[in-house]
Design a protein around this ligand. Structure first.
Ligand code: ADP
Ligand code: MG
Length: 476
C-alpha cells in the first residue's frame, strides 16, 4: 500500500476514527479534543495540541497508537511530533472541536440502577458502642498536594487528582490511578480528600482501602446492618478506594461495591480508585466493574528516574531541615531505585545515624550506612542480560553487536553496550573489547568515554541509558 491522497484534515479524521475504537471514550475525548495535523513532511507528522499536558500524553502514551494508525494510511510516516498550538493565531488547525466534552462526565442513561433518594442528614452523627466503625473519613493530614513532589513519573496522575479535587464529580469520574508499590498512590488519593476537606468541609468524604471495605461489609452482613452500610457509602460526595486489586475474586464484595459505585456515579458523585495495575490486568475483576473503571480516566504513576529521585530526596531533606551534600544525595538516588518509600527509608536511616553519632553525612558514611540496603536492592546482572536488553531496545541482534562493521545503526548500540558493561559490571576494557567481537581495548575505552561525555549534553541519550538500566534491573 502506498500513500492514499488525503488532506491533513481527512487523514487526522481517519486516524481518530481508528484510535477511538481502541481507547476508552473518556480518554479519547480528554486527549484528542482540539488536536489536528499541522504538517506532514519527510515522514514526520506534526500534531497540534492544546496544552503541554496533552502533548506529554500523546507523545508518551498514545505515540504508538497514533503512529500505527497513521501508517495504515500512509506508510511513509515514520514519526510524530506534538507542538502546543492553541493561542497561536493563524495556525490552520483542523481541530476536532466536534468532539464535545459533555459525554465524558455524563453518566450513562441505562444502567439498570434505580436511583435512590439521598438521605440528607449525615449518618452516624451519634455513635454508640455498637455502631460500626465506618463513620470516619480516614484521612491522614500528612498527605497533601503541597508536599507531593511533582516529576515526570507522576505529573499526569497528580494533575488528574488535583483536577478532581477542584471539581468533584465533574472532571474525571471515576478516576483510576495505578502503579507499583511505594510510588505515591496513597499519598495522591489522600491529598484529594484533604484538599476537598480544606475547601469544602461540608462534603462527605471517605477514604478506605479495599481490604478494610471488605471487612466492614462482611461485618455489616453478620450484624444485619448491610442496608445501613450501603446507605452510608451511598451518601458520599467523594469515595476513595485504595488498592482495589484486593477486591479481586471476592464476588459478594464486588457486587456490593458495584451497587454503591453505580449509586454514586449516577448522581455525579466522585469516585477515586487506586490499584497496583490497570483494570485490564486485575484477574477476576468482574467485567462490569472493569468496564466502569475503563469508562473514566485511567492514569499511572511510573518509577522515578534518577533526576526525579534526586529531586525527591532534596525536597525531603529540605522538609526535614537537614543538610546533606550533593555527592551523598546522588549516591542514595543512584543506589535506591525501586520506589519512593524505600528512598524515604534510606534517607531516614542516614539522618538517624548522623543525628545519633553527631556527624554530618558524607559520601563515605552514607555508603556504609546504606551498604546492607543496597546489597539487597541490587539484583545481580550478567553480560547476557545486557546483551538482551540492548538488542531489544535498539532492535538489533547480538550477532550485529559482535560482528565487524561500522554502520551507524549498529555502532551506537554497540557503544552503549560497552558503556553499560563498564558502568554496571565494572568490566575491564580489554574484556569489553573481547566480548564485542574481539575488539581492541582502546575501542572500548573510546566508546565508554564518548557515551559518558555525550550523555551530559544529549538528554535523549541520558533518557535512553536510564531506560536501559531500568529494564536491566527491573525486567517487565
Ligand atoms: P503507594 O500507595 O503507591 O504504595 P505511598 O503513597 O504510600 O505509595 O508512598 C510511599 C511513601 O512515599 C509515602 O511516604 C509518600 O508520602 C512518599 N511519596 C511518594 N511519592 C511522593 C512524591 N511524589 N512526593 C513526596 N512524597 C512521596
Ligand atoms: Mg498505597
Amino acid at each position: 500500500m502506498g500513500r492514499i491522497a488525503m488532506t491533513n484534515e481527512e487523514l487526522w479524521k481517519a486516524v481518530l476514527g481508528q484510535i477511538e475504537l481502541s481507547i476508552s471514550k473518556a480518554n479519547f475525548i480528554t486527549w484528542f479534543k482540539n488536536t489536528g495535523i499541522l504538517s506532514n513532511q519527510d515522514g514526520v507528522v506534526t500534531i497540534g495540541v492544546p496544552n503541554g499536558f496533552a502533548k506529554e500524553w500523546l507523545e508518551n502514551k498514545y505515540n504508538l497508537y497514533i503512529l500505527r494508525a497513521l501508517k495504515s494510511f500512509d506508510e511513509n510516516i515514520k514519526d510524530i511530533h506534538c507542538v502546543i498550538a492553541s493561542g497561536k493565531p493563524g495556525l490552520p488547525l483542523p481541530m476536532m472541536d466536534s468532539i464535545k466534552n459533555v459525554d465524558a462526565v455524563k453518566p450513562p442513561e441505562h444502567t439498570g440502577f434505580v436511583r435512590k433518594k439521598l438521605i440528607e442528614k449525615p449518618f452516624f452523627t451519634t455513635t454508640g458502642p455498637s455502631t460500626p466503625e465506618f463513620h470516619e473519613t480516614n484521612l491522614n493530614s500528612r498527605y497533601t498536594f503541597e508536599n507531593f513532589i511533582v516529576a515526570e513519573n507522576n505529573e499526569l496522575a497528580r494533575a488528574a487528582c488535583y483536577a478532581v479535587s477542584q471539581n468533584l464529580g465533574m472532571a474525571y469520574n471515576p478516576l483510576f490511578i495505578y502503579g507499583g508499590v511505594g510510588l505515591g498512590k496513597t499519598h495522591l488519593l489522600q491529598s484529594i480528600g484533604n484538599e476537598v476537606m480544606k475547601n469544602s468541609p461540608e462534603k462527605r468524604i471517605k477514604y478506605i482501602n479495599s481490604e478494610r471495605f471488605t471487612t466492614e461489609l462482611v461485618d455489616s452482613i453478620k450484624n444485619q446492618k448491610i442496608d445501613k452500610f450501603k446507605e452510608y457509602y451511598q451518601q458520599m460526595d467523594l469515595l476513595i478506594i485504595d488498592d482495589i486489586q484486593f477486591l479481586s475474586g471476592r464476588e459478594k464484595t464486588q457486587n456490593e461495591f458495584f451497587h454503591i459505585f453505580n449509586a454514586l456515579y449516577q448522581i455525579n458523585k466522585q469516585i477515586v480508585i487506586s490499584s497496583d495495575r490497570p483494570p485490564k490486568a486485575i484477574p477476576t475483576l468482574e467485567e462490569r466493574l472493569r468496564s466502569r473503571f475503563e469508562g473514566g480516566m485511567i492514569t499511572d504513576i511510573s518509577r522515578p528516574n534518577l533526576e526525579t529521585r534526586i529531586a525527591i530526596l532534596e525536597a525531603k531533606i529540605a522538609e526535614r531541615g537537614f543538610i546533606i551534600d550533593t555527592p551523598a544525595i546522588r549516591f542514595i538516588a543512584e543506589n535506591i531505585t525501586q520506589n519512593i518509600r524505600e528512598l524515604e527509608g534510606a534517607l531516614n536511616r542516614v539522618i538517624a545515624f548522623c543525628e545519633f553519632h553527631r556527624v554530618s553525612p558524607t559520601l563515605e558514611n552514607t555508603g556504609e550506612i546504606l551498604s546492607q540496603l543496597i546489597e539487597n536492592n541490587k539484583k545481580t546482572i550478567q553480560t547476557d542480560d545486557i546483551f538482551r536488553v540492548v538488542s531489544e531496545f535498539y532492535n538489533v541482534t547480538k550477532e550485529d553487536l559482535i560482528k565487524k562493521g561500522r554502520k551507524k545503526e549498529i555502532s551506537h548500540p554497540r557503544q552503549v553496550m560497552m558503556f553499560i558493561l563498564r558502568t554496571e559490571l565494572q568490566a575491564p576494557f580489554s574484556t569489553i573489547g573481547e566480548l564485542l567481537g574481539g575488539r581492541d581495548h582502546t575501542t572500548a575505552l573510546h566508546a565508554f568515554e564518548k557515551i559518558h561525555k555525550n550523555k551530559d549534553v544529549h538528554p535523549r541519550l541520558k533518557e535512553e541509558l536510564n531506560t536501559l538500566k531500568e529494564r536491566l534491573y527491573y525486567p517487565v
